[in-house]
Each structure stands twice: as structure tokens, then as C-alpha cells.
Design a protein around this ligand. Structure first.
Ligand SMILES: Cc1cc2nc3c(=O)[nH]c(=O)nc-3n(C[C@H](O)[C@H](O)[C@H](O)COP(=O)(O)OP(=O)(O)OC[C@H]3O[C@@H](n4cnc5c(N)ncnc54)[C@H](O)[C@@H]3O)c2cc1C
Length: 424
């Protein structure tokens, strides 16, 4: 068998898996095949925020950030007239995904992965002793097939079956555009929850990117059903609050499946990483997740090749128990609160309790594992419930539906009267 491992998709998840396998066993040089249907650099809709444990994951893999990035040292969380600014202990680098992903592919190639671009995996069958993978040039055999093929993953579909998502039939939705800053850029990452008053269950983002440009978009959790047209309209209209005009170009939406600890992520001779295994249901982030999954998949694959046990029976538990799985499980739970019917209560916790915002900021900048601080979070929740009614009143007053005049329209907002703990 020429290729011990075939990886569908050469995004961060696929590259991380290939590199982790080659680091574990350099004798596999040339025998790990990364196939991608695209040619790099390829377009990739993304906010480009290298949040969470990206630095650690890149270091663990011996990969480097070699492309231009915009280091953002602070974040602003906003809801209507209320805004909180928080410093990031470690600046979050914002990159252009087409550049970042191409640089990772080049590094994987240098380390001995065979990369075939413009090569889509169209089908596969798990057989006795191998997986038969259909490529445009004909079928090849391999011992293991990795699904790193993103949100529409072929491997995921086979593992999850007819259910498209374990949490329900609807995915998380994203809309995104990149445009010249035209004075709208600051060095802060803006997370604006104001559109929740219009029915969004998520946030609008404005991130700075290199070259005096901004990356803007919207994430919507599937807890409430909204059409693509509704979300696109909302995105355009609420960006105007920030003086950002998207123009007439149509806004395209992208789906992604949130991580669920019980969702199948592996089967005999198969495993998934990154978006194919599920992303963060609270923030929609997945670059760090994909890299961290790759590290874990690489270890599981190296073990399978060494022992001959290709069942991957412990893989789901390994993902779940690792830092990445614990953070995703916690964020899934937080998403149920924040994007559920009582969203004002939990949003006011984020906006009014400086400790909670600091904790989450540290999780975003990757300097803390939030899952290790659950007790602190629960204490904050209890503290908050006691003070809840007055805080929720402040929040109710601070955002207006789109048809009414909205907020102060500027960031950061200095309307701290409604919350004495506001920082400027
Ligand atoms: C609009 C938007 C904004 C986002 N913003 C952020 C952010 O700011 N920060 C963050 O951390 N995350 C963000 N995410 C999530 C992040 O983009 C993904 O989680 C991340 O790209 C996952 O990496 P991956 O390698 O699993 O998948 P991908 O990066 O999607 O790579 C999958 C690869 O598989 C290839 N492929 C697909 N099917 C096949 C096939 N059949 N055969 C061969 N190749 C195939 C594709 O061409 C692609 O190159 C955002 C997502 C969206 C949609």
C-alpha cells in the first residue's frame, strides 16, 4: 500500500493531522497523502482570528505563523448602548485564511506530506484490511482515511448517518465579507450582540486585518430558525450602526456543525478532525480546534499503525477529555444559555460582571483553560442571579429593534451609567 494514511482536506485540521503523524514517525515521509479539492491559496470564508490555543498547537506541531497578521490587543463586547472593553493578555493575531492555510500546506509538504491539490475525494468504502478511496484519477487503497474535509465532510456524513447534526437538523450559520477599513478599523476585535434584539442568536463581528482592511460578519446559532435572507439583511443593516456599508454585492452564507460530545467522530479505519468533528457552538471558532484535533488524531493514527488496531474506539473519548473537548463541551452549554430564550439574563452577566468577561477574554486569547475554572463561573452565575433583575432592566433599555433608533452607534460606548462596573 503506497499511502498508509489519506487525509481528505488540507485546511488546518488536515495539515495538523499530517504533520502530527510525520512528527510521530518520520519514516512515513511520502506515505501520508493530503488531498484537497481546491488549489492553494484557496478562498476560505473566515474571521481569521487565531483565538484560543492556536499558539500552543502550532508549537506542539513545530509549525510557524509565517504570514502577515494583525495583533489585536483588546476586545469590545457590545449590546446596544452598553459596551465593555477588555484587554487580551496575549494579543489575538488576525490573519487572511487564504494566506495562512497556504503557508501551512507548504510547511506540511516540506515535512514530507504528499499534497495533491485540485483532487476531490468523491467516495470511499471501508473494506477488509483497507479503505478504498475514489479520486478523479481512480481509486487508491490506504489503511486509514481522515475526514478533514470541513463542514460538508463526506466522512462525517457517513459516520453521523442521516442525522445532519447531533443537536438537530440545523447548522450554525455564518455570513462574512472583507473590505477596506475606510476609517472603521481600530485595533480591537468587536463582538456586537445587539442584533439579538432582532432575533439573531449570535453576534456580529468586526475584526481588523492586515493592510488597513476589516473582516466583518455574523454568526447565528441554530437554536432559533432564521432564513439566510433574514440573516443577510440583518448583517448589512447592523453593520451600518458601525458606519460599514457592504454595498450591493450579495452576501453568501456558510454552515458549520457545532461540537457535540456524543457525536460520532470515528469508526473503523476512519476519523474526523476540525469542522468535520464539530466547532465551537458559542463563538463559531474552529481554527485552534482543528489544529488541536490534528494533534490528537496524529497520536491516535500513529498508535493504530503501531498496534494494528484500526478501530479508533477510544478516539471520541480522547477528543472529549482533551483540553479542546472540555472547552467545546463548556461552550456548548454556555451557548444553550446565551442563545436560549432567557438570553438577556446571560448577556447581562457577560456585560455586567467584569470577572466573567475577564475569564472569557483569557480563554479567547488562549492564556487560560476556562473548563478549569467552572467553579468560578458557577459562583459568578449565582452572584448574577441575585442581582439579575436590575441588570436585565439595564440591558432591556440599552438595545432597540432595528426599526427603532439603535444604541449610540459608536464604539466603545461610554454609557456606563447603566452599569457601575463599566471600564473605559
Ligand atoms: C465566515 C466564517 C468565519 C469564521 N471565523 C473564524 C475565526 O475568526 N476564528 C476561528 O478560529 N474560526 C473561524 N471560523 C471557523 C474556521 O474557519 C473553521 O473552523 C476552520 O477552517 C476549520 O478547519 P478545517 O481544516 O477543519 O476545515 P477547512 O478549513 O474548511 O478545510 C477543509 C478543506 O477540505 C477541502 N475539501 C472539502 N471537501 C473535500 C473533498 N471531498 N475532497 C478533498 N478536499 C475536500 C476544502 O477545499 C478545504 O480546503 C469561521 C468560519 C466561517 C464560515
Amino acid at each position: 500500500m503506497r499511502h498508509e494514511v489519506v487525509i481528505a482536506g488540507a485546511g488546518p485540521g488536515g495539515v495538523a493531522t499530517a504533520v502530527a503523524i510525520l512528527r510521530a514517525d518520520p519514516s512515513l515521509r511520502g506515505r501520508v497523502l493530503l488531498c484537497d479539492r481546491a488549489r492553494f491559496p484557496r478562498p476560505k470564508p473566515c474571521g481569521g482570528g487565531l483565538t484560543g490555543h492556536v499558539d500552543e498547537a502550532l508549537a506542539a506541531l513545530g509549525l510557524e505563523l509565517t504570514v502577515p497578521s494583525f495583533p489585536s490587543p483588546r476586545a469590545i463586547v457590545r449590546y446596544g448602548a452598553m459596551a465593555r472593553e477588555v484587554g487580551l493578555a496575549r494579543p489575538v493575531n488576525v490573519v487572511r485564511r487564504e494566506e495562512f492555510d497556504a503557508s501551512l500546506v507548504a510547511q506540511a509538504r516540506d515535512l514530507g506530506a504528499e499534497v495533491r491539490e485540485s483532487t476531490a475525494i468523491t467516495d470511499f468504502t471501508v473494506e477488509e484490511g483497507c479503505v478504498r478511496v475514489a479520486l478523479p484519477s481512480g481509486a487508491i487503497e490506504t489503511r486509514i482515511l481522515v475526514g478533514a474535509d470541513g463542514a460538508g465532510s463526506l466522512v462525517r456524513k457517513r459516520l453521523v448517518g442521516h442525522r445532519s447534526g447531533t443537536d438537530g437538523p440545523r447548522p450554525i450559520r455564518f455570513f462574512r465579507a472583507e473590505l477596506p477599513a475606510r476609517g472603521a478599523a481600530t485595533d480591537a476585535m468587536l463582538y456586537d450582540f445587539t442584533p439579538m434584539v432582532d432575533g439573531l442568536r449570535g453576534y456580529l463581528w468586526v475584526f481588523p486585518v492586515p493592510g488597513d482592511r476589516i473582516n466583518v460578519g455574523l454568526m447565528h446559532s441554530p437554536q432559533v430558525s432564521r432564513t439566510g435572507a433574514e440573516l443577510a439583511t440583518l448583517c448589512r443593516a447592523r453593520l451600518l450602526d458601525h458606519g460599514i456599508q457592504l454595498g450591493a454585492a450579495p452576501l453568501r452564507g456558510w454552515p458549520a456543525w457545532g461540537y457535540h460530545p456524543a457525536s460520532p467522530v470515528a469508526g473503523p479505519r476512519l476519523c474526523t478532525v476540525g469542522d468535520a468533528a464539530g466547532i465551537d457552538g458559542l463563538t463559531g471558532e474552529g481554527i485552534a480546534v482543528a489544529l488541536e484535533h490534528g494533534v490528537l488524531a496524529g497520536a491516535a493514527i500513529a498508535n493504530a499503525l503501531a498496534t494494528g488496531d484500526f478501530s479508533f474506539s477510544g478516539y471520541r473519548k480522547a477528543l472529549r477529555r482533551a483540553t479542546v473537548g472540555r472547552e467545546l463541551a463548556l461552550d456548548r452549554w454556555l451557548a444553550k444559555l446565551l442563545y436560549g430564550p432567557g438570553y438577556r439574563r446571560w448577556l447581562s452577566l457577560v456585560l455586567c460582571d467584569p470577572e466573567v468577561l475577564d475569564l472569557y477574554a483569557a480563554r479567547v486569547s488562549g492564556t487560560l483553560v476556562l473548563a478549569d475554572r467552572k467553579l468560578t463561573l458557577v459562583a459568578a452565575l449565582l452572584r448574577h442571579l441575585a442581582a439579575s433583575s436590575s441588570r436585565q432592566r439595564s440591558l432591556r433599555d440599552s438595545a432597540r429593534p432595528l426599526s427603532l433608533p439603535s444604541g449610540c452607534g459608536r464604539i466603545p460606548c461610554t454609557n456606563s451609567g447603566c452599569c457601575p462596573s463599566a471600564r473605559r
